[in-house]
Design a protein around this ligand. Structure first.
Ligand code: ZN
Ligand code: FE
Ligand code: FE
Ligand code: ZN
Length: 267
């Protein structure tokens, strides 16, 4: 069965996505989805960058747009309101304050920064040249664990994003991933199978099959996201994502409402 949900869709408010919210929902309906959720980039609490996230002033507009589109497609598809927030160590209270400002069906927690380096930002890709790749990977997984333990998030986003530009560690870091999966399980967070990695130099989904097997073994629930930054990416490669989940051993995925798992759906 094809997945019925896409929880990872952006809006033009982040400054690097295109299309109107109703076009994303139209695309979701056309793809046969029963549920779709927006999870645009939450305002950065460390610094402002209009090419990366909405500003705090734009949060009301974000919520209005989703309310409008939800009403407009009532009876055709369930529209969920989520958000993708950065994990920034030391800024947890500011992040919490932003997330507490509105009701969400789910919050995706993403590590896009290692210390102050936006390691997945094309504007900062040069810094990989000086980086110790193994060390970056280890730090990345450490931050993933800290994000889960922060209690700020419900779903951990693209949990091996560090591979985005194709940098690979000298050996697979299974002990890091096992530790991370145990932490996720204890913290009660889910993960997503995010198909956008297929469209990046990494040319694989986030996370890779071998990692996904570990998350499955540890009993970490998962859901689906395309990380659409344009309407035509909604639900992209979801047949492949479902096949990957099955191959990893999963039999079901989860849906969210009011920041809790509200339903399990058979794969
Ligand atoms: Zn983005
Ligand atoms: Fe992200
Ligand atoms: Fe995203
Ligand atoms: Zn993302």
């Amino acid at each position: 069965m094809k997945p019925i949900v896409d929880y990872h869709m952006h809006t033009f408010l982040c400054g690097h996505a295109s299309g109107q919210p109703h076009e994303y929902i139209q695309a979701a309906v056309a793809a046969g989805l029963e549920e779709a959720g927006f999870s645009d980039h939450a305002p950065l609490v460390s610094h402002d960058d209009p090419t990366l996230t909405m500003s705090r002033d734009q949060l009301p507009q974000y919520h209005h747009m989703i309310e409008d589109v939800r009403a407009r497609f009532d009876g055709q598809i369930r529209v969920r309101v989520g958000i993708e927030a950065d994990f920034l160590e030391g800024c947890e209270n500011k992040t919490r304050e932003i997330l507490d400002g509105y009701a969400y069906d789910y919050v995706i927690g993403s590590v896009h920064y290692i210390e102050n380096w936006g390691f997945d930002d094309p504007k900062e890709v040069e810094k990989w040249k000086q980086a110790d790749v193994d060390q970056v990977y280890r730090q990345y997984y450490l931050y993933l664990r800290k994000s889960a333990q922060s209690g700020l998030f419900d779903i951990m986003g693209h949990v091996d994003l560090v591979k985005k530009f194709g940098h690979r560690p000298s050996q697979t870091l299974f002990e890091e991933i096992k530790k991370t999966a145990d932490t996720f399980k204890d913290a009660g967070v889910a993960i997503e199978i995010n198909t956008s990695g297929l469209r990046k130099p990494a040319k694989e989904m986030y996370p890779a099959l071998e990692d996904l097997k570990i998350y499955c073994e540890r009993g970490v629930p998962f859901t689906f996201g395309s990380d659409a930054h344009q309407p035509q990416e909604v639900g992209m490669d979801f047949d492949k994502a479902a096949a990957l989940a099955k191959e990893a051993g999963y039999q079901e995925y989860v849906l969210f409402e009011n920041r809790e798992i509200c339903q399990k759906v058979k794969l």
